[in-house]
Ligand binder design. Structure first.
Ligand SMILES: N[C@@H](CCC(=O)N[C@@H](CS)C(=O)NCC(=O)O)C(=O)O
Length: 202
C-alpha cells in the first residue's frame, strides 16, 4: 500500500490526500511533526533531502516529494490528467503558476496568520504577501470567467493544485468578494466525485 508522509494542516499535503481519495487509491497517512523538526530527521531527509512534506512512498525505498510531482504521478492514465498534448502542458502551466505565483504568497500568509503568535516579527511580511496573493487570485479570476475548470473544461490536477490554498485564502484574511468566478469554481470543485475537505471527510 502507498504511504503519504504529510501534515494534516498543510495545503500541499491536502492536494495529495484529495487526489488519492478522488482516485479511490488506498493509502496510509503518516503524520509528520513539522513543528518539532520532524522533516529534519535523518530518516526523513533520506526520503526528501529538501526537508518538506508531502512525500509519497510508492513502495518501500521509492519516494516522491513535491506535491505537483505526486499529483502528476497519481493522475497518469486517469481522467484527472488529459491525454492530449497541449491540454496536458496547460495542466502543468497552472501547476507551475501555483508553485511560483500563488502558493509562495497565499500559503505563507496563511501560515503566518494561523500558526505564528500574534506578535511574531514575520507579520511584517503580510502586506507584500497579500498584495502578491491578490495578483494571483486576479489572474485566476480572469482566466475562469466563462470557464468551468482551469483546463479544457474538465476537472484535473490543475484544479486540485489550485484549490488547496485558494479555498484556504480566507484563513489569511484574503477577502474573496472581488472574485465571483473563483468563488463559483471553488463550489464546483467541492461537488466533484469523491471530494473530501481539508479538515474532515466531506
Ligand atoms: N513545493 C513543495 C512545498 C512543500 C512545503 O512547503 N511543505 C511545507 C509544509 S506546507 C513543509 O514541509 N515545511 C517544513 C519545513 O520547511 O521544514 C510542494 O509543493 O510539495
Amino acid at each position: 500500500m502507498m504511504r503519504v508522509f504529510g501534515v494534516s494542516i498543510s495545503g500541499n499535503c491536502y492536494k495529495v490526500r484529495l487526489a488519492l481519495e478522488q482516485l479511490r487509491l488506498p493509502h496510509d497517512w503518516v503524520e509528520v511533526d513539522m513543528m518539532h523538526d520532524g522533516t529534519h530527521t535523518p530518516d526523513f531527509l533520506a526520503m526528501n533531502p529538501n526537508a518538506k512534506v508531502p512525500v509519497l512512498e510508492i513502495e518501500p525505498g521509492k519516494y516522491l516529494p513535491e506535491s505537483g510531482a505526486i499529483l502528476y504521478y497519481l493522475a497518469e492514465g486517469t481522467a484527472l490528467l488529459p491525454a492530449e498534448r497541449f491540454a496536458r502542458a496547460q495542466v502543468l502551466q497552472w501547476m507551475f503558476f501555483e508553485q511560483y505565483s500563488h502558493e509562495p504568497y497565499i500559503a505563507v500568509a496563511r501560515f503566518i496568520v494561523k500558526f505564528l503568535e500574534p506578535a511574531h516579527p514575520r507579520r511584517a511580511e503580510l502586506p507584500r504577501l497579500r498584495e502578491r496573493g491578490h495578483q494571483a487570485l486576479a489572474v485566476m479570476e480572469s482566466h475562469l470567467g466563462g470557464r468551468k475548470f482551469f483546463v479544457a473544461e474538465a476537472y484535473s490536477i490543475a484544479d486540485i493544485a489550485l484549490y488547496a490554498y485558494t479555498h484556504a485564502a480566507p484563513d489569511a484574511d484574503f477577502d474573496m468578494t472581488p472574485y465571483p468566478a473563483l468563488r463559483a469554481w471553488l463550489k464546483r470543485v467541492e461537488v466533484t466525485a469523491g471530494f473530501v475537505s481539508m479538515g474532515g471527510s466531506t
